[in-house]
Design a protein around this ligand. Structure first.
Ligand code: SER
Length: 388
């Protein structure tokens, strides 16, 4: 089952259960939102989860592209991506968590044909502020799915303040042979679907208040589930990476982790540019700049003559088509290549400046500000140039 079929099956399953499909937004949250990028499917729905009526009703479903810079250091393992898609469902004060879990179980086992013996669930054990999530626990026990109870891992929030609540996560076994152990003890259990009962709001002072009505917010990682359904050992081998996996290795010889980082960051940079962001020294533009620079740092580690001139348009076009981004692949490549040239010039200048006697010893805060403001050298670049 390819990603497109997975998305279709999911959406139709919930449409049959009276969910209204809403159009996913871009990676850019609306003006005034304090976060740089949409980090989860629920993010654009925050006002509705906080109580505003949604014009399309109380049961919603969609697929949403997301970007998480918090996972940047984890990219390279089997499951983390910078840009990924999340299938989501929402009950805005309508049905409750256990029904959502029951439908989830039905879709995974009957709809997608997953062996129920490969599933594991986790449920909130309760803490001093909220009781245990016994309804979800009973649902899983009735279905014969093993459950692990945790406290922190089963409490979901989108930040220090705002809507939050207990969640029940569904894991799929990715190991060879029969499943063993539990999700917190064996990372071959891959989390694929999170069902959050948004029951509370956390206030600035850290206290929790109940929301006027309980919502359910679920998010399923598309590439994670697709790769498991396709029998692939990592998200980098599922179909959305096909042209990257085919065309990048012949260009540059890279170990597996570096190949994953290069493919992830290039693909993410394409999507970010496709949503209208240009490289810059602050905000979203800086995230794009960092993605390109991290790719180049990996490529140049072995061979400084490598560069994005070599990259063909096909994977760029494939990614833009996948995300239905109406922008020319040649233009996106040009922006990435301009960024490469800027980075090369910056590194050359940086090496010259840092070779001055003044910067040979320990750098003060004033030195760092001067290097940044006058020579455009960010702190992490100064550090890496000094340790070359
Ligand atoms: N908000 C939850 C998550 O991102 C479920 O959608 O995991």
């Amino acid at each position: 089952m390819n990603t497109e079929q997975l998305v279709k099956t999911f959406i139709e399953y919930f449409e049959e259960r009276d969910h209204h499909r809403i159009v996913g937004s871009t990676l850019l949250p609306p003006p005034g939102d304090p976060v740089l990028f949409t980090t989860s499917g629920m993010h654009p729905l925050t006002p509705y989860l906080e109580g505003r009526p949604h014009p399309l009703g109380r049961r919603l479903v969609n697929v949403q592209r997301c970007l998480r810079t918090t996972d940047l250091e984890e990219v390279g393992d089997a499951t983390h991506l910078t840009v990924f898609e999340m299938l989501g469902t929402w009950s805005l004060g309508d049905y409750d968590g256990p029904l959502s879990l029951d439908w989830g179980y039905g879709l995974l086992t009957e709809g997608l044909g997953i062996d129920p013996g490969l599933l594991h669930a986790t449920v909130h054990a309760g803490d001093e502020q909220t009781g245990p999530d016994t309804d979800s626990l009973h649902l899983w026990q009735d279905r014969g799915v093993p459950v692990e109870l945790t406290v922190d891992d089963n409490w979901w929030s989108n930040g220090p303040v705002g809507p939050c609540g207990p969640d029940s996560e569904i894991f799929l076994w990715s190991g060879e042979g029969p499943p063993r152990s539990t999700p917190t003890r064996d990372d071959r259990w891959v989390e694929v679907w999170n069902h959050v009962t948004m029951s509370h709001r956390r206030l600035d002072d850290g206290s929790l208040v109940p929301l006027p009505r309980r919502n359910v917010d679920t998010g399923l990682g598309v590439e994670r589930l697709a790769s498991l359904l396709q029998g692939k050992p990592s998200v980098f081998e599922c179909d959305v990476f096909d042209p990257w996996r085919r065309l990048v290795p012949p260009l540059w010889s890279l170990d597996e982790t570096s190949l994953r980082v290069v493919c992830d960051h290039l693909r993410s940079a394409v999507v970010v540019r496709g949503d209208g962001v240009r490289p810059a020294n602050t905000g979203r533009g800086y995230v794009l700049r960092r993605l390109v620079r991290r790719v180049l740092t990996v490529l140049w580690r072995d061979d400084p003559s490598r560069g994005l001139e070599d990259l063909p348009e096909e994977p760029v076009r494939h990614t833009l088509d996948h995300f239905r981004q109406d922008i020319r692949s040649g233009g996106v490549l040009r922006v990435l290549r301009e960024e490469e040239h800027r980075f090369r010039r910056l590194l050359e200048r940086g090496r010259q400046v840092l070779a001055r006697p003044r910067f040979r010893g320990r750098l003060t805060e004033d030195d760092c500000h001067y290097l940044h403001d006058t020579h455009g050298l960010p702190r992490e670049l100064i550090t890496s140039l000094r340790y070359e």
